[in-house]
Design a protein around this ligand. Structure first.
Ligand code: ZN
Ligand code: FE
Length: 254
């Protein structure tokens, strides 16, 4: 089994400390910075075997070198971005498996936010670390890839089993929900979720993880074929991809 602890970093980043309970291997996903991650390690496991990076942005790799130095950890990252990732050692390509004790992570290449973005999916534990590709009720900005790549990348995630737990890179949930509500205003599940999210944040709790099933019902970027959304956007005759492109542009200006 995989144990996951959420570590808040920087202003709105999430890093995740993980432990394979059978073998006691410890890893961290996207260490934004050294201090909060180091503090959590010192409280819990006192070691760090692996550092897993979803993509090369500094708010996801900022703690790489100092953590590696202190704990002698091995850095696992995208083969497409290994030259941009500080301290990279083990590079992984699409469909490869990263064996982490009894936990097998399937690597999925999901270009769009960056050209080489990868996500770590484990079927056995039913969870995925999505970095800046899929957020709760949102998706990452398209910086290096094309809109089409991002659309296809989200399409890959949509096909995972519905009870998969999503652990993403940022606490953007509330603002994302506001955007969803603006363009999907008749969605009652979305309204409910917005209330839940506000309650969690009031208690200073993270809004994650969340199941893929809930995302499919509330995340507008996964619902571009929805009739009501199309009507709201006056895009009844447009394709799902065209609706996605429009929404991504609207979100950039939101
Ligand atoms: Zn990023
Ligand atoms: Fe980020």
């Amino acid at each position: 089994m995989l144990e996951v602890s959420i570590i808040k970093c920087l202003s709105d980043n999430f890093s995740y400390l993980i432990r394979d309970t059978k073998t006691n291997l410890v890893g961290v996903v996207d260490p934004s910075e050294f201090n909060p991650v180091d503090l959590e390690i010192s409280k819990k496991y006192k070691k760090l075997d692996f550092i897993l990076n979803t993509h090369h942005h500094s708010d996801h790799v900022g703690g790489n070198l100092d953590l590696k130095k202190k704990y002698n950890s091995k850095i696992v990252c995208s083969s497409y971005e290994k030259n941009k990732i500080p301290g990279s050692e083990i590079s992984m390509s699409d469909k490869e498996e990263f064996i982490f004790g009894e936990t097998t992570f399937k690597i999925m290449h999901v270009p769009g936010h960056t050209a080489g973005h990868i996500i770590f999916y484990t079927e056995k534990d039913n969870l995925v670390f999505t970095g800046d590709t899929l957020f709760s009720m949102g998706c990452g900005r398209v910086f290096e890839g094309t809109l089409e790549q991002m659309y296809n990348s989200l399409g890959k995630i949509k096909k995972l089993s519905k009870n998969t737990l999503i652990y993403c890179g940022h606490e953007y949930t509330k603002n994302n929900a506001k955007f969803c509500l603006k363009n999907d205003s008749q969605n009652t599940k979305l309204k409910k979720r917005f209330d839940t999210v506000k309650e969690l944040l009031k208690k200073n709790l993270p809004t994650l993880p969340i199941t893929l099933a809930e995302e499919l019902e509330t995340n507008i970027f996964l619902r571009c074929d929805n009739k009501k959304i199309k009507i709201n956007l006056k895009m009844e005759k447009n394709s799902e991809f065209e609706v996605f492109s429009k929404l991504r542009k609207l979100k950039d200006e939101f």
